[in-house]
Write a protein that binds this ligand. Structure first.
Ligand code: KIV
Length: 285
């Protein structure tokens, strides 16, 4: 049987035109990519949230290009049907267009189908340069966690009319620069709804309400691997408890001698065992 056709950025735009909801999720490793792809998502984001959920760092700004590429390679090796988007980390695209191009190309060579960049109008020239070079770009407006120091924390965005209008302008700048989709993070729902209405490209929301073209979520938050998940997520499973119980059973079994059990190890043939014992007797003499 031939492999199913892979999802492309064009498919995202067509889904919006057809009114079909787009589903994205994060994944950072080979097994995670296989699992989420088998579940039928349209897109996998190798997010810089890997910093917190996998690497134990305090914020996304501490993850490097090298670390991001390592995770993109692992996800791409799973050969998912879903579109793989690599998240460009802090300071990999801010300084210059040429640096943005070099780093985005590294993501594509590592197996990503597209890259995501945070920011609005101020990064439009970089988005344009990448698209011109043939690299599909996903925008990211609203709360942009790589700027949490200047924003003053992880705040809900667009509560005030002027800020809401600026968010709309940012999203439009991304569309005009050639992005194929835009993530809207942690804004009041009405702002995300208005952006969704006014853009031709799809909006993929996280913590920005239901009136968007699609949703994205952090895998660890929905499977119970995050200690304090945000209010806008839903826990569908408690994988942490399942894993812990499995390891507790293993610990118990090793300590009590029940592991490894019958059938979990191979024995020597009797004639080889006899020969081995003979050798040992000679050695011990
Ligand atoms: O890194 C990430 O997980 C993200 C999502 C929150 C969109 O950027």
């Amino acid at each position: 049987m031939s492999a199913p056709r892979r999802v492309t950025p064009r498919d995202f735009v067509k889904k919006k035109q057809r009114g079909e909801r787009i589903v994205m999720i994060t994944a950072y490793s080979y097994p995670q990519a296989r699992i989420v792809d088998a579940a039928g998502v349209d897109g996998i984001l190798v997010g810089d949230s890997v910093a917190m959920v996998e690497l134990g760092l305090p914020a996304t700004i501490y993850v490097s290009m090298k670390e991001m590429l390592h995770h993109v390679r692992a996800v791409a090796r799973a050969r998912p049907r879903a579109l793989v988007v690599g998240d460009m980390p802090f300071m990999s695209y801010e300084r210059s267009r040429s640096e943005a191009l070099r780093n985005a190309a590294a993501f594509i060579r590592a197996g990503a189908d597209a890259v995501k960049l945070e920011g609005g109008a101020e990064v439009a020239d970089r988005v344009e340069a990448l698209v011109k070079a043939g690299i599909p770009v996903m925008g990211h407006v609203g709360l942009t966690p790589q700027r949490f120091l200047t924003i003053g924390g992880y705040r809900l965005m667009g509560k005030k009319a002027e800020q809401a209008a600026k968010l709309l302008e940012d999203a439009k700048a991304r569309e005009d620069a050639g992005a194929f989709a835009v993530v809207i993070e942690n804004t009041v729902a009405e702002v995300a709804a208005e952006i969704t209405k006014r853009l031709r490209i799809p909006t993929i929301c996280i913590g920005s309400g239901p009136w968007c073209d699609g949703q994205i979520i952090v895998l660890h938050d929905i499977v119970g691997l995050t200690e304090e998940p945000p209010y806008f997520t839903r826990r569908y499973a408690d994988v942490a408890s399942v894993m812990r119980r499995a390891v507790e059973s293993y610990v118990e079994d090793v300590r009590s001698g029940r592991f490894p059990g019958e059938g979990m190890y191979r024995r020597m043939k009797p004639e080889e065992l006899e020969a081995f014992r003979k050798l040992l007797r000679e050695l011990d003499r």
